[in-house]
Design a protein around this ligand. Structure first.
Ligand code: AMP
Length: 260
């Protein structure tokens, strides 16, 4: 399954991406995390990106397109992935289209600017692995220390209030038009932000499950009784999502047969 997580900076894309990654067993690709690692390691890409990032500006499309095209070639992307924070401009979306990359769902987390400004103040990120935290909504077990890798938690430079306001402006002018872009492809799922992280995850899973109902019917038609037996066993959401991956194999197989 190939997903895009869309939403303003601070909407909770990174947090939801980490949860979905475990549920769906596919990797999360965050261009923000890749760029922060590049800055930390002082690579040529990092040196180029740093001034844009510190100012809350978007890194130029050609840099992002290079990063994402390379990352999608890696073997762990074979069964799908969750893109977090990319594409962020129509130019990046068109470049993905041109590279033949298609998506199943674009999950757009909807939240007001006022709420974002309030919550960014408490946001922290692991300086080693990039895992996201919040001092109130998602505190680490030990203050200031990452639960996953023991790294030190820090506040990002671009979470300062004036930078946050600028990033929101950039989001509305550059990134929000992607909603219309993907709506016209029929794959946009608006996800109203919920008071809790778990609540938002639930809305996302419901949206994915609703789609999978239709896919079940197609799977049955494609595979007859075998599919019926598998469906009976498909008791939980995760199994449903794995069946979807299997359906793609079946459909792709059909296409191959038709071609021969
Ligand atoms: P994020 O962690 O996704 O909020 O990204 C942090 C910063 O990295 C952004 O404010 C941008 O400067 C840069 N960045 C990350 N992803 C992209 C992207 N897809 N396009 C342009 N700039 C990006």
């Amino acid at each position: 399954m190939k997903l895009i997580l869309l939403g303003a900076p601070g909407a909770g894309k990174g947090t939801q991406a980490e949860i979905l990654k475990k549920k769906l067993e596919i990797p999360t690709i965050s261009t923000g995390n890749i760029l922060r690692a590049a800055v930390k390691n002082g690579t040529p890409t990092g040196l180029k990106a740093k001034e844009y990032m510190d100012a809350g500006k978007l890194v130029p499309d050609e840099v992002i397109i290079g990063i994402i095209n390379d990352r999608l070639q890696e073997p762990d992307c074979a069964n799908g992935y969750i893109l977090d924070g990319v594409p962020r401009t129509i130019g990046q979306a068109e470049a993905l289209d041109q590279a033949g990359v298609t998506f199943d769902h674009v999950l757009s987390i909807e939240i007001s600017d006022a709420e974002i400004e309030e919550r960014m103040e408490g946001r922290r990120v692991c300086s080693t692995c990039g895992a996201p935290y919040h001092i109130h909504a998602k505190p680490p077990k030990q203050e200031g220390i990452c639960d996953s890798c023991g790294g030190v938690l820090m506040q990002r430079d671009d979470d300062r209030p004036e930078t946050v306001r600028h990033r929101l402006e950039v989001y509305h002018s550059e990134t929000e038009p992607l909603k219309g872009y993907y709506e016209s492809k029929g794959i946009l799922n608006p996800i109203p932000n919920q008071p809790t992280i778990e609540g938002t995850t639930e809305v996302i899973m419901e949206a994915l499950k609703a789609e999978n109902g239709e896919l079940f019917a197609k799977l049955m038609a494609a595979e007859g009784e075998n599919a019926n037996m598998r469906m009976e066993k498909a008791a939980d959401e995760l199994t449903i999502l794995k069946l979807k991956a299997r359906l793609y194999d079946v459909l792709l197989g059909d296409q191959e047969e038709n071609r021969q």
